[in-house]
Design a protein around this ligand. Structure first.
Ligand SMILES: C[S@@+](CC[C@H](N)C(=O)[O-])C[C@H]1O[C@@H](n2cnc3c(N)ncnc32)[C@H](O)[C@@H]1O
Length: 209
């Protein structure tokens, strides 16, 4: 964790990411927060937290924590989310004890990873979840309707901009069936879901088997 003096509110990548996506993802952030709040699933860990926008404005009395591998993002996230702790670390090797959290969330942090890292991330999420804890995942599905097909085309264009490995991993993620199939194969049972047609995206709440 970092002191206030080490934060970086001007981090360009963070600023650009927020500019592009903060508004677009507002509804998704609310859904993820609602899934956690509804069942009081604290402490809550958000992995691959990026700019930390999921945890901004969170009540200070509830224990939440963000984790990302990019130090730049972590320092930016700390500058933007007052009072929230952020850790620089690997989602495939979490620096937390078994059973430390009642919720682990991951938004758009699975499709871009290699199959091995994705598997390691799910094993780690399972390890750090306390009994009765939940995973809340947001990511892409294969399109299921005309509207979601249009959305998927737009997403594909953005993913192409993100480049080589990110794009290839994203194609691989969908070729294996997208978020629903991935969670099932990782040994999580879906307890609730919300589909967002326009982006071919799902928000899934799941329990470890
Ligand atoms: C597409 S961004 C998603 C950010 C955020 N969750 C959101 O919804 O806007 C993926 C994030 O994963 C982070 N990341 C990549 N590899 C990681 C790893 N092994 N462990 C933790 N974070 C990682 C990147 O630094 C990036 O911030």
């Amino acid at each position: 964790m970092y002191s206030r003096r080490q934060t970086r509110s001007w981090y360009l990548l963070g600023r650009l990411y927020d500019l592009a996506f903060a508004g677009m993802f507002r509804g998704l952030r609310r859904r993820v927060a609602a899934a956690v709040e509804r069942d009081g699933l604290y402490p809550w860990l958000d992995v691959c937290c990026g700019t930390g926008s999921q945890l901004r404005g969170h009540p200070p009395d509830l224990v939440v924590c963000g984790l990302d591998k990019s130090l730049g993002m972590v320092r930016y996230a700390m500058a933007r989310a007052s009072g929230v702790p952020f850790v620089c670390g690997d989602a495939g090797q979490l620096p937390f004890k078994d059973g430390s959290f009642r919720a682990v969330s991951v938004s758009f942090g699975l499709h871009d990873k290699s199959p091995d890292l994705r598997r390691a991330m799910m094993a780690e999420a399972r390890r750090v979840l306390a009994p009765g804890g939940r995973l809340v995942a947001v990511d892409f599905e294969n399109p299921w309707s005309f509207k979601s097909k249009v959305g998927a085309l737009a997403v594909r264009a953005v993913e192409r901009l993100a480049g080589g490995e990110h794009y290839r991993n994203g194609r691989d993620f969908l070729s294996r069936g997208g978020l629903r199939a991935f969670l099932r194969e990782s040994g999580f049972v879906e307890t609730a879901r919300h589909d967002v047609e326009i982006g071919s995206i799902s928000v899934i709440v799941a329990s470890p088997l």
